[in-house]
Write a protein that binds this ligand. Structure first.
Ligand SMILES: Cc1cc2nc3c(=O)[nH]c(=O)nc-3n(C[C@H](O)[C@H](O)[C@H](O)COP(=O)(O)OP(=O)(O)OC[C@H]3O[C@@H](n4cnc5c(N)ncnc54)[C@H](O)[C@@H]3O)c2cc1C
Length: 317
């Protein structure tokens, strides 16, 4: 079977969950081949990639690959597509992943699909468009399909692969080196999972009422091992930091469970969470549009409902 290249997302050598999801998807479509771009490759990383089905691991460990903004990764993938006659390329639909995908598409003259929430036989991708209002199935009709898949689109399943390593060197063009990274500032990692990767997200909106009250949302999130999100009304009010905003102009999340508390369900918010597998809404207004979207709805004051929920979850631990 032809190889499906999977661009590995990693932080300090730790493979991110979305990569395991992509390997799981790739297994159903061909031979999964992980592509490690930049330094930091370790035996642990190899073990993790092989555990989730990587038959091949291409390691391009040069500092140059990550020393410049996205261009080198696109060139590395373009080289591998040509050398290995890859059947498809999968990347995570993160801001960087999508930019790599776009550049790669231009380089190899192929079609690209972004923000896929599923991928099936014949590389038919499922996408949720128009702010999540319509689901479409799309297929690349030219060249090697490149698909950027949203985190949490599939559950990662372990299935051992050979994990055969091959070192790759790539000579970068001047164009790929035109934007150099001069500084990296590490964001302090809290105890909670990363918002776009979390399996459960608990979000608060204007109904939360104040910055202090967000502790209610955090309490439920911590009981569930979830990430915290917020509507734009809450972030604009300064109640929660902007990097946690979910929606059209914030983050796109696709968790197994999304709990929206005190959020009305404006189209711009829905655009960022509509593909969640199960949606629970807590709102004191029974007419709130979020209930049209929710799988389960609780009409009530979140300041009463959310602490009760937290207590119940804690009891079951
Ligand atoms: C170009 C553009 C981009 C945008 N991008 C985004 C985006 O990325 N993300 C985003 O979220 N918004 C975005 N917005 C804003 C969006 O249109 C809404 O204004 C916003 O989502 C509203 O946030 P909210 O639901 O928290 O507030 P509101 O719409 O004010 O809703 C608050 C809800 O809380 C309920 N409530 C109040 N008190 C309680 C209580 N005690 N208990 C339970 N329920 C209670 C109310 O019944 C109400 O339904 C964007 C807007 C524009 C124009």
């Amino acid at each position: 079977m032809s190889e499906i290249l999977v661009l590995v997302e990693q932080v300090d050598g730790e493979v991110k969950k979305v990569t395991l999801e992509l390997l799981t998807l790739a297994r159903g479509l061909g031979t999964p081949a992980a592509v490690w771009a930049g330094p930091g490759y370790t035996p642990d990383a190899k073990a993790k990639l092989a555990e989730y089905g990587a038959e091949k691991i291409y390691v391009a460990g040069s500092e140059e690959i990550t020393g410049y903004v996205v261009g080198p990764k696109a060139e590395l993938l373009a080289q591998l597509v040509a050398d290995k006659s890859a059947a498809a390329v999968l990347v995570a639909a993160t801001a960087e992943g999508k930019e790599v995908a776009g550049r790669l598409a231009v380089k190899i003259d192929s079609g690209v699909i972004t923000d896929a929430v599923g991928l099936g036989d014949g590389f038919v991708a499922e996408q949720s468009i128009f702010g999540g209002g319509v689901n479409v199935q799309s297929k690349v009709s030219r060249g090697t399909p490149i698909v950027a898949v949203r985190p949490n689109s599939t559950a990662p399943e372990a299935a051992a692969g050979a994990g055969a390593e091959e070192e790759v060197s790539v000579s970068l063009s001047d164009a790929a080196k035109s934007a150099r990274i001069v500084e990296r500032v590490k964001q302090e990692k809290g105890a909670r999972p990363e918002l776009t990767e979390a399996a459960i997200v608990v979000s608060g909106g204007r109904g939360v009422g104040s910055a202090e009250n967000f502790s209610v949302i955090e309490g439920l999130a911590d009981a569930l091992g979830a990430a915290v999100g917020a509507s734009r009304a809450a972030t604009d009010a300064g109640w929660y930091p902007h990097q946690f905003q979910v929606g059209q102009t914030g983050k796109t999340v696709s968790p197994q469970l999304y709990i929206a508390a005190g959020i009305s369900g404006a189209i711009q918010h829905r655009a960022g969470m509509q593909t969640a597998k199960t949606i629970v809404a807590i709102n004191k207004d029974p007419e709130a549009p979020i209930f049209e979207l929710a799988d389960y709805g609780i009409v009530g004051d979140l300041h009463q409902v959310v602490p009760q929920l937290t207590e119940e979850v804690d009891k079951r631990k």
